[in-house]
Write a protein that binds this ligand. Structure first.
Ligand SMILES: [Zn+2]
Length: 259
């Protein structure tokens, strides 16, 4: 199984990256994709990924929260990082109108610029969208024919939003949000409607601790991916082995992982 979203540069993992990766391996995780969320973090993710060749990969991008930090040099750095063999996608990029940490017009422009970069380089994109579906689709749609693929990570939208994403050919990343007894109801129902070949699994660690793990851990980590996979498989009415087989194949194909 492959964790498509691990924020290994998080300060919550400082000094513990080796232990986190060891526990992931022991738990049966086959590969991880480290999420780049700003310029420094994308560089650091690429450097970290190089420590575990064949196991760790990285994305290079700027999260909408950090869009306001982007300057003229930023795209050139992303282009340079994207040329590294362990960097497999542009992102995390998209829109977050929930927290609005960057002004919306700036988020829109920085998202569009990263889609243009991915199209130019022929790379897939790792997408983030919170409370911005209509605008997100409006910006993304014209680029889709020129992108080799796209995954909307940590999907938490409505049924209609899921339908539109699937109709546009997007892949859907499912996190431990599905284990959340307070707010996971929609996702537990929706996940059964994602066809095999479009679904990927992720922890988004250290965020989104699966809330039904006892005792409840203080932070999330990729060793909890099997727990999430079991929850997703149960909601889909398929065996964990079936889920893991198709989600792995989907992930390997989208990110062109040499596994
Ligand atoms: Zn995200």
């Amino acid at each position: 199984m492959i964790d498509i979203g691990l924020n290994l540069t998080s300060s919550q993992f400082a000094g513990e990256q080796d232990a986190i990766i060891s526990r992931a391996l022991a738990a049966g995780v086959e590969a991880v994709i480290l999420t780049g969320t700003d310029i420094a973090g994308s560089r650091e993710s690429a450097e970290l990924a190089a420590r575990w060749p064949g196991f760790a990969y990285a994305t290079a991008g700027v999260h909408p929260h950090d869009a306001k930090e982007v300057d003229a040099a930023s795209l050139a750095v992303l282009r340079e990082l994207a040329a590294l063999p362990q960097v497999v996608a542009i992102g995390e990029c998209g829109l977050d109108y929930n927290r609005d940490f960057s002004p919306r017009p700036v988020q829109d422009a920085v998202f569009d610029a990263q889609l243009a970069l991915a199209a130019e380089l022929g790379m897939p994109v790792f997408l983030h969208c919170r409370d911005a579906h209509a605008r997100f689709i409006e910006i993304l749609r014209p680029w889709l024919p020129r992108l080799p693929g796209a995954v909307l990570h940590c999907f938490t939208g409505s049924d209609a939003e899921l339908d539109e994403c699937l109709a546009l050919g997007l892949h859907i990343g499912i996190t431990g949000w599905i284990c959340d007894e307070r707010r996971g109801d929609d996702l537990r129902r929706q996940v059964a409607r994602i066809p095999a070949g479009r679904l990927m699994i992720e922890t988004d660690a250290p965020y989104l601790v699966p809330r039904d793990i006892r005792p409840r851990p203080k932070r999330n980590e990729p060793a909890f991916l099997p727990h999430i996979a079991h929850a997703v498989a149960a909601c889909r009415g398929e065996t964990p082995d079936t889920l893991l087989a198709h989600s792995r194949a989907t992930t390997v194909a989208l990110f062109q992982l040499p596994l």
